[in-house]
Design a protein around this ligand. Structure first.
Ligand code: AMP
Ligand code: MN
Ligand code: MN
Ligand code: MN
Length: 286
């Protein structure tokens, strides 16, 4: 008897709808991410690099060979009331011109920010950051994670977290405010591209209940349909809180590891189940 394939209709899909490759701040190529996801039992994977879709063609080719479903995705940086939020786009057409143009502009935005972060680090007697992060990012998006790695490698800090706490986080010595697009506009790029917009890791923004309500109203008004409920290192109480937000605001629930690097982040596909009373966001994907 033949082995049941991952797309066997009798076998439930195992979803991981949030992860990163070398197209942004992940350490594995798109091919390696897809292969690793497959190896960990994922049957439907969304690659969601920061502000870029550049890894999707390679990921799609590998997914077709490996027999795993690849959902084209992105994690867009956007701002609302001067705070940065991450919006996951799932099932997007990367060729949709406004989205393609936006990612092109975001590449320049990120490069300008990188230059200014490097200048600030140089003023703190830490030279050479720009060349290092550009080399590390290669063709991919330059992110603050690359700066954190540079600071760790140069023994300026011991961990990525310390790099953010001392230099890169808002209000710290090398922080540079970035002119991200408005949240509603970013949601529009995703829905215009045929995708479903999902608010990433909602509990990481430290919003009051009142501000969360306002944010989700703006997000829904713009066409947002989902919210991440199971993400990264989330505990059962946090899953309950995020699920309550989904219920209260009529949003579908998503699940994704936010995988970046083996052994440093939650493993691909290693995710708690979505609460049973939540509509899974994949039911909105065609
Ligand atoms: P960027 O989009 O370039 O501002 O970089 C954001 C990325 O940096 C996030 O996706 C995380 O991977 C990482 N990051 C942001 N804040 C922190 C933090 N406090 N500690 C560790 N990593 C962080
Ligand atoms: Mn990241
Ligand atoms: Mn994020
Ligand atoms: Mn992410």
């Amino acid at each position: 008897m033949p082995e049941p394939s991952p797309s066997d209709p009798a076998k439930p899909e195992i979803y991981d709808l949030h992860c990163h490759s070398t197209a942004s701040d992940g350490s594995l190529s798109p091919t390696a991410v897809v292969q690793r996801a497959h190896g960990h039992g994922v049957t439907a994977l969304a690659l969601t690099d920061h502000d870029t879709t550049a890894g999707l063609i390679e990921a799609q080719a590998c997914a077709a060979t490996a027999g795993i479903k690849l959902i084209p995705g992105i994690e867009l940086s956007a701002q609302w009331q001067s705070q940065c939020f991450h919006i996951i786009g799932l099932g997007i057409d990367p060729a949709y011109p406004p989205l393609a143009e936006a990612t092109h502009i975001l590449q320049g935005t990120r490069m300008n920010r990188a230059e200014r972060i490097a200048e600030k680090l140089a003023k703190k007697n830490i030279p050479g950051a720009l060349a290092a992060v550009m080399a590390a990012a290669g063709d991919g998006m330059v992110t603050r994670s690359h700066f954190a790695d540079f600071l760790v490698a140069g023994h300026h800090v011991d961990t990525q977290q310390e790099a953010f706490d001392r230099y890169l986080a808002k209000g710290k010595a090398a922080y540079v405010a970035t002119p991200w697009a408005e949240l509603a506009e970013a949601v529009g790029w995703i829905t215009g591209a045929g995708g479903v917009a999902v608010l990433a890791h909602p509990l990481r923004y430290n919003l009051s209940a009142n501000k969360m309500r306002k944010l989700l109203a703006v997000f829904k008004e713009a066409g947002g349909q989902g919210i991440e409920i199971v993400t990264g290192r989330i505990n059962p109480d946090e899953i309950k809180r995020a699920a309550q937000l989904a219920k209260n605001f009529g949003l579908s629930g998503s699940t994704g590891s936010d995988f970046h690097t083996p052994d440093q982040w939650v493993e691909l596909g290693r995710l708690a189940a979505l609460p049973a009373n939540i509509q899974p966001v994949w039911e909105l994907l065609n």
